[in-house]
Write a protein that binds this ligand. Structure first.
Ligand code: NDP
Ligand code: GDR
Length: 327
């Protein structure tokens, strides 16, 4: 039975990945942070098979302890301070967790693996935010990085550190440069879930508007369930490498609003949406669209959920949740 260790188990991707690996027959271990993490109950309810180890990406010895206890064949480093807007207000903690945390994990894996550094396969959750002020359209594995936020800068550090450990120590370390991926499990602070929750609340008569930031930014949105499959495929390759995962289609926030409101039969949504500068960012990433041809050719990976299907899935899930609460 192969064994995997996941950081970021309480996040959107961590849970999907745990379910995927359990379905493939893995023994799944995960690092859970905090002395009384409120999301522990969610993990225990959704994936009770997961063995939880207390640890934190900023605490090197806790990571080494989790590795020793779990003896993994594969390590997926998904833990991060991941909300871009928050990273300006908390640049140091973002750097510590999202940047230095990767180095802590790589170093812990290297020491744990001993004489055979490639024995433990490592996945780093890199991000399209690293492209920031994009220097090329679409963006691929060799596109120049130009991060636009403390989060993006921290991810660039983690990305290059992962490549450096692969090249310096022969580690089987891969960096997945993933474009935005969403789901009904997406945190409510991110724009897609904010919109799906707001639309559901408006339909159910619990709210009459939503306050947004910049509606013109464009993102390449896919479904998180597809993207965790891509992570797993990267670690099944004979050597580590870097791969972009993306749909290749870019839409604006306005397009997402349009699709979400249209899904519930509201064509003109202008009265329901307000804008406020407090949701604008000091520096914006205007246009992201990924070229995932390497992942398609090498990994055989393609996304399966279209943009309209993704929007419908998220709005329907939030509507169902509100209606269940009413009963
Ligand atoms: P989430 O924000 O949903 O989850 C982040 C996870 O990191 C949570 O489990 C959180 O734990 C954990 N975490 C935060 N701080 C620490 C810490 N100090 N030590 C250990 N764990 C910590 O992110 P997603 O699931 O959406 O994303 C997974 C990874 O992929 C992240 O690294 C993200 O930056 C990256 N990524 C995500 C993309 C996306 O579109 N979703 C795209 C590209 C990259 P807790 O619940 O306790 O706070
Ligand atoms: P992003 O996701 O920054 O791309 O990072 P987010 O959903 O937060 O923002 C996407 C775009 O929407 C605009 N926007 C708003 N964003 C939020 N959160 N709230 C609003 O009210 C709002 N109005 C407009 C933003 O300005 C931005 O342009 C996500 C995270 O998962 C990262 O961890 C990951 O690395 C990247 O995706 C790829």
């Amino acid at each position: 039975m192969p064994r995997a260790l996941i950081t970021g188990i309480t996040g959107q991707d961590g849970l999907y990945l745990a379910e995927l690996l359990i379905g493939k027959g893995y023994e799944v271990h995960a690092v859970l942070r905090g002395q009384n993490n409120p999301k522990r109950a969610i993990v225990e309810a959704v994936a009770p098979e997961v063995v939880l180890h207390t640890g934190d990406l900023t605490d090197f010895s806790s990571l080494l302890r989790a590795l020793n206890a779990s003896q993994p064949d594969e390590v997926y480093n998904l833990g991060a301070v991941s909300f871009v807007a928050y990273s300006w207000e908390n640049a140091h903690v973002t750097t510590e967790v999202t940047g230095t945390g990767v180095l802590n994990m790589l170093e812990a894996v290297r020491l744990h693996a001993g004489n055979d550094p490639a024995a433990v396969r490592f996945y780093q959750a890199s991000s399209s935010e690293m492209f920031g002020k994009v220097q090329q359209v679409p963006q691929h594995e060799r596109t120049l990085l130009w991060p636009r936020s403390p989060y993006g800068v921290a991810k660039v550090f983690g990305h290059y550190m992962t490549i450096n450990y692969r090249e310096s120590y022969g580690m089987h370390a891969s960096s997945g440069i993933l474009f935005n991926h969403e789901s009904p499990r997406r945190g409510p602070e991110f724009v897609t879930r904010k919109i799906s929750m707001a639309v559901a609340a408006i339909v159910e008569g619990r709210s009459d508007h939503v306050v947004m930031g910049n509606l013109d930014a464009e993102r390449d949105w896919g479904f998180a369930g597809d993207y965790v499959e891509g992570m797993w495929r990267m670690l099944q390759q004979p050597t580590g490498d870097d791969y972009v995962l993306a749909t290749g289609v870019s839409r604006s926030i306005r397009d997402f609003l349009d699709a979400a409101f249209t899904h519930v039969g509201i064509e003109d949504w202008s009265d329901y949406v307000r804008q406020d500068p407090r949701f604008m960012r000091p520096a914006e990433v205007d246009h992201l669209v990924g070229d995932a041809s390497k992942a398609r050719e090498v990994l055989g990976w393609t996304p399966s959920v279209s943009f309209p299907e993704l929007v419908a899935m998220m709005v329907d899930a939030d509507l169902a949740q509100l209606r269940a609460e009413r009963k």
